[in-house]
Ligand binder design. Structure first.
Ligand code: ZN
Length: 141
């Protein structure tokens, strides 16, 4: 376990572009605004999406396709540095027209319309490094 303390910087409320990929949009926003660390939430709707489940035994992601329009019921994530670039990590709960949900690690999502609430964090560098126990790139705190 490790932790660092960061200060709250700018708060950005951003409407995404139509048809943007949500992960790429937030990554590009971070690069444009020179944001190295942040937390964010997003609400809105997607046309399609790709979620994933990380198998803790095999250390492989299994894809969960979402091939239909869905509400973004919840999307939460963070930005930190990986390989010297802003890296977006997000999870989402998506609901289809019947209210049925799929949830998981958000790999990609084609936005119908979405709003991102982003809280920039200042202070120390928050960087991801490969973790041999989990096989994931975790915060190096
Ligand atoms: Zn994840």
């Amino acid at each position: 376990m490790g932790s660092i303390t960061l200060g709250l910087g700018r708060v950005l409320l951003v409407r995404t572009d139509h048809d943007a990929d949500l992960i790429k949009f937030i990554t590009d926003l971070a690069k444009r605004q020179q944001i190295d660390a942040a937390t964010f939430t997003a609400v809105g709707a997607v046309k399609t999406a790709k979620l994933a489940f990380y198998d803790q035994q095999t250390h492989q992601y299994t894809e969960i396709p979402v091939p239909e329009p869905c509400e973004i019921v919840s999307c939460t994530g963070n930005i930190s540095i990986k390989d010297d670039q802003p890296f977006v990590h997000a999870h989402a709960v998506l609901a289809n027209k019947d209210g049925h949900t799929k949830a998981g690690h958000l790999v990609a999502a084609q936005v119908f319309a979405a709003e991102v609430h982003l809280f920039e964090l200042w202070g120390q560098k928050l960087e991801r490094k490969n973790d041999s126990v989990t096989g994931l790139a975790l915060w190096d705190t």
